[in-house]
Ligand binder design. Structure first.
Ligand code: KIV
Length: 276
């Protein structure tokens, strides 16, 4: 597989080939996602919930994002790495937004950044793109707005909000975003948006008609113990397997059967004799 660029993704949309994206937050899993040939790796601020144990993504900081982005970039050879901009990193001023996006690229090594919001973020998106940084937009259920939405709810179910999401997508495309994540919107609305824009849409809880799909890796591997949304398919159920392996380790250490000789290092009799 060759390196994934924005041009490759656009080409995939034009050829009707689906785009794959997963989150990852560390070197080891990023390497596996890359080895599986996944097009894009999102270092999502979802790490606040699935890695750091917060109740929402709001406490995640730029330092958290840079730290995890660096690890993922070291593990990814061909996948495009997208660094998520955390809450308050692009809300205060255009200058601060560009600086923070730039840090994800310069310090983190990401190839692009993602930020949440529709028409209200157009100026910010333009400013970041002016600094030569590719931007993925994110509309629908934007988790950083959880307090404004009053919970994690499906968005765009009535005509007014559906039309607003279509207008948001068009405005973000016009601003220069190269892709848009659509989160938790009805499948037929996601289809309409996908037909309306020339850039790839990546769905999560947005049905089958998007140009691509993204899932949170801990959810789809069955490694997260918290609430799992309805749209998540568990492609593996690793949690019981991991607990089984950990229990076997505990039992073997307690019984003294681990480590056996094959896991230990030898010393010559000559040296040993002098030790006793
Ligand atoms: O942070 C994240 O993982 C995301 C995805 C849910 C799209 O934004």
């Amino acid at each position: 597989m060759s390196k994934i660029t924005t041009a490759v993704l656009k080409d995939k949309k034009n050829k009707n080939e689906k785009i794959t994206m997963l989150t990852a937050y560390d070197y080891s899993l990023a390497g596996m996602v890359d080895a599986a040939g996944i097009d894009m790796i999102l270092v999502g601020d979802s790490l606040g919930m699935v890695v750091l144990g917060y109740e929402s993504t709001l406490p995640v900081t730029m330092e958290d994002m840079i730290h995890h982005t660096k690890a993922v970039v070291r593990g990814a050879k061909n996948s495009m790495v997208v660094g998520d901009m955390p809450f308050l990193s692009y809300h205060i001023s255009r200058e601060e937004s560009v600086r923070n996006a730039g840090r994800l690229i310069q310090e983190g090594g990401a190839h692009a950044v993602k930020l949440e919001g529709g028409q209200e973020r157009v100026d910010t998106v333009k400013a970041i793109i002016d600094a030569q940084i590719p931007v993925v937009a994110h509309i629908g259920l934007t988790p950083q707005s959880v307090n404004q939405f009053g919970g994690f709810k499906v968005q765009g179910k009535d005509l007014e909000t559906a039309n607003k999401l279509i207008a948001d997508a068009k405005a973000l495309e016009a601003a220069g975003a190269f892709s848009i994540v659509l989160e938790c919107v009805p499948a037929m609305l996601a289809k309409r948006i996908t037909e309306e824009v020339g850039i790839p849409t990546i769905g999560i809880g947005a049905g089958q008609y998007c140009d691509g799909q993204v899932l949170v890796i801990n959810d789809m591997l069955g490694m997260f113990t918290g609430h799992i949304p309805k749209f998540v398919k568990k492609f593996a159920n690793l949690q019981p397997l991991i607990i089984e392996a950990l229990t076997a380790y505990k039992n073997e250490v307690e019984k003294g059967t681990f480590p056996s000789e094959e896991y230990a290092f030898a010393i010559s009799d000559e040296v040993l004799d002098k030790l006793y």
